[in-house]
Design a protein around this ligand. Structure first.
Ligand SMILES: [Zn+2]
Length: 276
């Protein structure tokens, strides 16, 4: 799985306040999962890493201390990246890769967020030339981080459910009414490319965006809000021509603001890649 990482320059990371030492990726031995703390997060998009960057500057650090941040839509933001010493856990900043999932309090990590963490873990291990030890902040330091959902998840080995883990059976898309898709698709987790936007398309889209999977686009819709965030249009949760044009640009079809069969087919193809 390739990971799309949003570079610091793109999300507005401030200049490092002090120089940071580099560390060869082969020296990494640990992979540490963090969360944001006791307070639920309502920020989305670039505001997520920007808030952490600001806070860590405020601590007198060089800047954002995590190597990467993952939000609920599954976006991966570069903090210190693969090659710099982190500032996220004493004794593990050099030999560990620290990843914060941007949730707080009792918020549950989305499947998209978990899939992004797993992808980062795989890439970190590849770069290190060995499987890194999976751990969470509180395993090495007196803290409740990474919270009540991520800690058991890490302890269980960071499992994924559904379409994001192709090896697993019983893809959840099959559990919602989706006669068209089931009839023509080669694999039940794959949509039929029929240009018709039905429940199966909505459900898979919801799953990939980490919003509740019910196959229904309500008004306003959590799915559309997450999609708008990803494609860069105002996140009002409503699906109008402005949003459609942004989606069309994102999936590479003519941006006419009209969701015709060509657009829906392109959307279905995109969703079948397992990442929107
Ligand atoms: Zn932590």
């Amino acid at each position: 799985m390739t990971i799309k990482i949003i570079p610091g320059a793109k999300w507005g990371r401030r200049a490092w306040a002090q120089p940071i030492h580099a560390v060869p990726t082969t020296e990494r031995q640990h992979f540490l999962v963090h969360y944001d703390g006791g307070t639920p997060i309502t920020r989305t998009g670039n505001a997520v890493p920007q808030a952490v960057d600001k806070e860590h500057h405020g601590n007198g650090w060089a800047g954002i201390g995590y190597n990467f941040l993952v939000d609920q839509a599954g976006n991966v933001y570069e903090g210190r990246g693969w090659n710099l010493v982190g500032a996220h856990c004493p004794n593990f900043n050099r030999n560990g890769i620290g990843v914060q999932v941007a949730i707080g309090g009792s918020q549950e990590p989305s499947e998209a967020a978990k899939a992004a963490v797993v992808a980062l873990y795989a890439e970190a291990s590849r770069l290190a030339g060995k499987n890194l030890a999976k751990s969470f902040h509180g395993e090495h330091f007196s803290t409740s981080c990474a919270g009540s959902h991520l800690i058991p998840w890490v302890k269980a080995g960071m499992p994924l459910s559904g379409a994001q883990q192709p090896a697993q059976q019983a893809p959840p898309v099959a559990s919602v009414p989706a006669p068209r898709a089931v009839k023509t698709a080669t694999n039940a987790s794959q949509l039929a490319i029929d240009g018709v936007w039905g429940k199966a398309t909505t459900s898979l889209w919801q799953k990939l965006m980490g919003t509740p999977v019910d196959g229904i686009v309500s008004k306003p819709s959590a799915l559309i809000r997450a999609v708008q965030h990803t494609v860069g249009s105002p996140a009002d949760g409503l699906l109008g021509p402005v949003t459609w044009r942004a989606i069309q640009r994102y999936i590479g079809v003519t941006a006419d603001g009209v969701p015709g069969p060509v657009t829906i087919k392109a959307l279905q193809r995109r969703l079948n890649t397992g990442k929107f």
